[in-house]
Structure formats: C-alpha cells, structure tokens
Design a protein around this ligand. Sequence first.
Ligand SMILES: Cc1cc2nc3c(=O)[nH]c(=O)nc-3n(C[C@H](O)[C@H](O)[C@H](O)COP(=O)(O)OP(=O)(O)OC[C@H]3O[C@@H](n4cnc5c(N)ncnc54)[C@H](O)[C@@H]3O)c2cc1C
Length: 571
Amino acid sequence: MQVITTDVVVVGGGAAGCYAALQLAKKKIEAVIVCKGLVGKSGASLFAGNLVIGGGLLGNTPEQGSNTAEFLIKYHNQFLIDQNWAKRCGQWIENVYYPELEEAGLYFRRDDDGNVVTNPGKIRSVAANTQGNSGVPFMDLRRKQVMKAGIRRLEETVVTSLLRRPDGSVCGVFTVNCMTGEYSVVLGRAVVLATGYSDRLHARSTGTREMSGDGIAMAWRVGASLVNLEMQWWHTNDVAHPPTWQRIQIYPNPVLGSEHSARMVNSAGEEFFNQQVDDPMAFGPYTVQLKALVKQVHAGKARYDGGYYAGFDHLDPKEIDAYTTYGKPFYQLGRDPRDGPLETAVTAHYRQGGILVDNSNMRSSVPGLYVAGGVSGHSNGLIALVTFDGKTVADGIAADIGQLERGTLSEAEVELERRRIEAMLATPGDGFTPVVVKEQIRRIMWEKAGIEKSHASLTSALDDFERLRTSVLPNMKIRNRTRVANYEWLDVIDVHNMIDAAELIVHSSIERRESRGPFMRTDFPDTDNENWLAANIMVKTDNGFRFEQSPYELPFFQPGFARRNNMSVPW
Ligand SMILES: Cc1cc2nc3c(=O)[nH]c(=O)nc-3n(C[C@H](O)[C@H](O)[C@H](O)COP(=O)(O)OP(=O)(O)OC[C@H]3O[C@@H](n4cnc5c(N)ncnc54)[C@H](O)[C@@H]3O)c2cc1C
C-alpha cells in the first residue's frame, strides 16, 4: 500500500479545497489534494451561476453594500451566522477576491461598451462569461492554478476515513482509488475537510454523484462536533422532468442586464411569485419562493415534486439570451421560452449546517482536523464565501504549524479500515443493490425529513433507518467484484456515509423545536428568536450524543421580533 507524506492533506477539489491548497503553497506549506472526482470538476462549485458582489465594488452604493450584508445575514442564513465574520469576509471579497480573480484572467462579462454587466437592483452580481455557467470558467481557472503551483493531486480517489494519532488527533486519511481499486494512506500534520454540502441525501438534490455526506460522517466518527445540520436549503424551481435535470434551474431571481426574471405559476395558471413584485430585496430569495410555494401546496395548487411552473414567457427571449444560459432547457426541449413555463419541482440544495468550526482559523473540535467550505457549519455557501474559508484555513494552519507534529502511521488502524472497505467489495448478500438502497435513503429523507416535517415524521424516519441498518445494509448485493472502476463498490462505501449523515440530520431536526426560513416544522410553526436564535450543536458522547445551544450575537442586524409564524416572516 502506498504511503504518502505531506504537510497538509486537503480532502476535496472544489472552490474551498483548491483555494486552501493554493494559499498553503504560497506559504511554502506542502499540500496534497485528494478528490473523489476531478479537481475543479466535481462537487457543487462548477454549478455556480453567478457571483455576488458586495461592498463598494463596481459602483455599488453604500446602500447596496449594506443590502448585500443584510441579504447574507437575513435571507441567506436566517441570522444563524457570526455577523462579525460576515463583515470580515465581505471586506476580503471586496479588497482581495475580485481583484485577484481579474488579475488571474477570469473574464467578467462585459457589454458592448466594455462595462461589466450586472443585474440592476438592491443586490448585484456578475457572471464569469455567462450567467448560469460561471462556476465552470471559475473552476477551470482554479484547476490550472493548482497544476501550475505543482500541488500534488490524487484524483478520482475517495477518502474513506480519517486516521488518528494515539492521542486522538487527526493526522491523515485512508483512500481508495476509484479507477484502480488501490488503497493508499496520506499522512500530514493536519487534514482539511473540504467535501462540500450539496449532498445527494434527498430524492431530488442539486448534489453531484460524489456528494454522499462523507465529510459529516467521517468527522463524526472521529468525534468532531456538528452544528445546525437541520438547516437545509431548497431550490424551488429546478426542472421537474427528466430527473437527470434536477439541478437545472428556472431561476425566479434577477437576470443579468435585465429588469426582469422568471415567474412562478401554479397548476391553475395563476402567477404566485414574481421577484420584482414580491421580493426585490433578496438576490437569491429561495426561502421566500419556498414559502410562496408552501402556500400553493396547502391550497392544492402545486406539489413539492411538480405541478407548478416557472418560465420567461412574459419577456423577450433576447433579454435572457443576452448574458445567461437560462433559455437552454427550453431550447433543448425544442421549445421557445415564449411558449409558456416549464414544470418545476423542489430540490434539496445547500445544507447550511455542517462541522462545527472556529471561524477565525477553521479548526474543528478535534485537534489536527480543519474544515473549509460548505461542509463547515458556520455559513451558508456561495463560491466567494467558501473561498474565504480556504484562505482562513491556510492562515490558521500556518499559525499552528509549529505545534502540529508530522503524521504517524498506525498500522492497526489502517488495517482495520482496509478490512472494512475490503468487506464491502466482498458483500455476500442477495438483497438490494447499493444504488437501490441509496434511493431508499433518499426517499425516506424526502418524505419524512423533507420540506415540511414534524416530530412524528422524523422519528418515523429514524425507525426506517434502523430497519435499513439491521436488515438491508448487511444484505446488499454486489454484482461486480472487479477492483477497476467499480462504482458499485463505491456505492456501498457511499451508502454507509449517507445513512450516518442522514440520521444525524434527522436527530438535529428533532432538536430544533421551531420553524426558521427553510426549516419548517408543522408541530412548531413559529420562528422562535427567544429560544432558537442559536447554534444547535451536536456533541458526540461515549454513549451517543448531546445537544448544546450557543446564541448568536447580533451586532449589525436584528430580527426585530421574538416569536412569529414562520410563514409570515419575510425571510
Ligand atoms: C446548482 C448550484 C448552483 C449554485 N449557484 C451558485 C451561484 O450562483 N453563486 C454562488 O456563489 N454559489 C453558487 N452555488 C454554491 C457554490 O457552488 C458552493 O457554495 C461552493 O461551490 C461549495 O464549494 P466547496 O468547495 O465547499 O464544495 P464542492 O464544490 O461541492 O466540492 C467538494 C469536493 O469534495 C470532493 N469530495 C467529496 N467527498 C469526498 C471524499 N470522500 N473524498 C475525497 N473527495 C471528496 C468532491 O469530489 C468535490 O471535489 C451553487 C451550487 C449549486 C449546487
């Protein structure tokens, strides 16, 4: 088995992982990126549609700068965010992030006069080349930068567990190369988990094939505390059919260079959301759209998995074709956007929560384990915000490096993990194939821990998971025993992470006894700022877990009420 030694192991090759490795390299700290897919080509990062600008960038007025901060804190995080962190991050985005991207040659879309195109309105954004496709050139740039910096990459290689020193601190990872089936160990002084958050844990999800909650499951196994796992975000308007299009959006959000955007229409043909009319404040008003949809579902005029529509039939297609890819799904279906809207459905999108970190250095609660990006639970993602995490974690590790010992190999621990993974290839069962079990987990999450949930539905989900654990998982059927490119084997590895992550999310959902933005409990319909304007922290104990609450400070923006029905809260 290959053993690689480095300073820092970065797990994940999205926006956060790449930037962490680049910043470490700048500081002469060697990093190896281990990535389940290709660096820059896997995970959520390449799906970023546009890039929000803040502060005084591109002629933003002080009011627009303040609106962007308000959007981030209220609409994007429902106040579950350290507002001082948000301020630091905003300043860095303005002063470093955008200038650095321009210098590196990322092209921000210009109009014929050479001006960068933004959307008008209270909160503005830009696109790298085209709105709807910004993540692709962005991550192509990151991939090139990583290669140019000579950073070693283990691609299409899944990390299956975190390895520890005898004192419990994290010092490496165990990996399986998905193409060859070979095992390796990568040892470092520290490990950065940057595995993202858009996990495919629900029947519909924007997450990619690689996203199976691995970061959460692995961190929990080594004892890291988790936070706000229940805070799941939903896209209200992804294409309903075919299922492979479930992350293709018909955004009712601002269109670049236009005053208009998509509108939402119910099964009776009635418009029920139009951004310009209903919510000009929120740039990405998913929660506002979701609440509008919930009312339609309650009225029997939509379902969460379809039966309502979004589209651009109220505007000239030239407006959407000028700077966006938003017409593409219509054209690919042989339709004109003016023909009428497309059927859309809800999709699980970001998870705001994740691994508990100290956001000043991205340390987790386990020594040696650092976290960056979406899998950290301190802020709902956006490509700029997760990049700031990459910078912060590199600064944090650089400050700690003198105290971080070189990684040491525990042959017993490695052998244990090798046997665990090997047994997954040799599963003797004749039950369901792992891909069917994945679908079962996603169905349970969708139906019982989905958009609207209650204590009864959540505990019923736990019962279902228990049944899967005892009678389905040990009996999974693997038809393909090869080690080479065996995605069925990878599916078994994923299933174990998915069920662990899903159960943790459900426990966390039971604990938060309120409704807040996209988190909707039918048995606790109020947003309860008296008791729940707090981080919901899950701490591992010898015999399970316990919850702790940590209230958020509110130095700049406050909700302005103690308790109110979530459906009447504007954010
Ligand atoms: C459909 C969609 C639209 C979006 N639109 C926007 C937008 O318009 N603007 C914006 O700013 N943001 C947008 N975002 C959010 C943005 O893309 C994310 O905030 C950001 O990309 C998260 O970056 P990350 O590095 O944390 O995770 P990711 O980019 O998800 O990267 C995770 C990485 O971890 C790897 N990985 C996972 N598990 C393992 C494992 N076990 N072993 C090894 N590697 C592993 C994956 O292969 C991947 O490389 C969007 C996201 C989606 C899904």
